[in-house]
Ligand binder design. Structure first.
Ligand code: ADP
Ligand code: MG
Length: 255
C-alpha cells in the first residue's frame, strides 16, 4: 500500500455529543483495490464512510483521497475547513451508494444519471447522455433510461444508483450496505455488478454484511467494533482464521 493508497484514514475520531462513535480509526484502500468493512450494528461503519466524503465533520485525525486532505486544508500546522464549493468539488470525486438508493423519484433514470455530470462536471447534455448510456450498459440496464425509479425493482434501482455514481467517474466508490434493503432474491444482481466493478479495477470501500462478497471480491477486510478497527487482513485471514475473539464472535453470529 503506502504511496499507492487512494483512501487513507488516520486516527479518525468522531463523537456525537458526548458519545464517541469513532475512536481512532485508521485504514487504507489501495488504488484499484476493494476493502470491505464488517462489524456489528452501531460500531461506526456508516459514520466512517460519511467522514470519508465529509458528510460528517471529523473531530480529529485526517482523511485523504488520492493524496489530498478531504474537507480541510493545512496551513501553519493547523487544519482549516474548506469552503462549501471546494468540498463539493472533492465530493464529486468520491461516489457513494446508500442502502436505500436515494434516486430522484420525479426524474427518469437518464435524468438521474445526467444531473451531476452536467451540473457539477460541466458536461454537455449530449456527452452526459452518452456517458449515462455507457454506465447503464455496465450495470445491465441498457433499456431502462426512460423508466422512473418506482417502475423498477429494488435491485434495478440500486444498479441505477451505482450507475449514477459511476457516471461521475469517481476516484473511489463508497458503498453503505448496498444490499441490506433488498429482497433476498434481488441481492445477487447487485453483488454481481459490484464484483464486475471490482474486477474492472475500481477502488471501492464497502460496508457490507455479505460475507460471500467480502470473501470473493475484497482485497482486504476490516472488522470494526465499538468505533475501533479490531482486526484487518486478507479475507482468508479475517474471515477464515480470525485472531481476535470479538471477530470470531461476530462471525459466529452472522455466518
Ligand atoms: P453502523 O453503521 O456500524 O451501524 P453508525 O455509524 O450508523 O454505525 O452509528 C454508530 C453510532 O453512532 C450509533 O450508536 C449511532 O446511534 C450513533 N450515531 C450515528 N449517527 C448519529 C447522529 N447523526 N447523531 C447521533 N448519534 C449518531
Ligand atoms: Mg450503518
Amino acid at each position: 500500500m503506502g504511496a499507492s493508497a487512494m483512501v487513507r484514514v488516520r486516527d479518525l475520531h468522531k463523537s456525537f455529543g458526548a458519545t464517541p462513535v469513532l475512536r481512532g480509526v485508521s485504514l487504507e484502500v489501495a488504488e484499484g483495490e476493494v476493502t470491505c468493512v464488517i462489524g456489528p450494528s452501531g460500531s461506526g461503519k456508516s459514520t466512517l464512510l460519511r467522514c470519508v466524503n465529509h458528510l460528517e465533520k471529523i473531530d480529529a485525525g485526517t482523511v485523504e483521497v488520492d493524496g489530498a486532505l478531504v474537507g480541510y486544508r493545512e496551513s501553519g500546522g493547523r487544519l482549516h475547513e474548506l469552503p462549501d464549493r471546494a468540498i463539493a468539488r472533492q465530493r464529486a470525486e468520491i461516489g457513494m451508494v446508500f442502502q436505500d438508493f436515494n434516486l430522484f423519484a420525479h426524474m427518469t433514470v437518464l435524468e438521474n444519471l445526467v444531473e451531476a455530470p452536467i451540473g457539477v462536471r460541466g458536461l454537455s447534455r449530449k456527452d452526459a447522455a452518452e456517458r449515462a448510456r455507457e454506465v447503464l450498459r455496465l450495470v445491465g440496464l441498457p433499456d431502462r433510461e426512460d423508466s422512473y425509479p418506482r417502475q423498477l425493482s429494488g435491485g434495478q434501482q440500486q444498479r441505477v444508483a451505482i450507475a449514477r455514481a459511476l457516471a461521475m467517474r469517481p476516484k473511489v466508490l463508497l458503498f453503505d450496505e448496498p444490499t441490506s434493503a433488498l429482497d433476498p432474491e434481488l441481492v445477487g444482481e447487485v453483488l454481481s455488478v459490484m464484483k464486475e466493478l471490482a474486477v474492472g479495477g475500481l477502488t471501492m470501500l464497502v460496508v457490507t454484511h455479505e460475507m460471500g462478497f467480502a470473501r470473493e471480491a475484497a482485497d482486504s477486510v476490516v472488522f470494526m467494533d465499538a468505533g475501533r478497527v479490531v482486526e484487518r487482513g486478507s479475507p482468508a485471514a479475517v474471515l477464515g482464521a480470525p485472531r481476535e475473539r470479538r471477530t470470531r464472535e461476530f462471525l459466529d453470529r452472522v455466518l
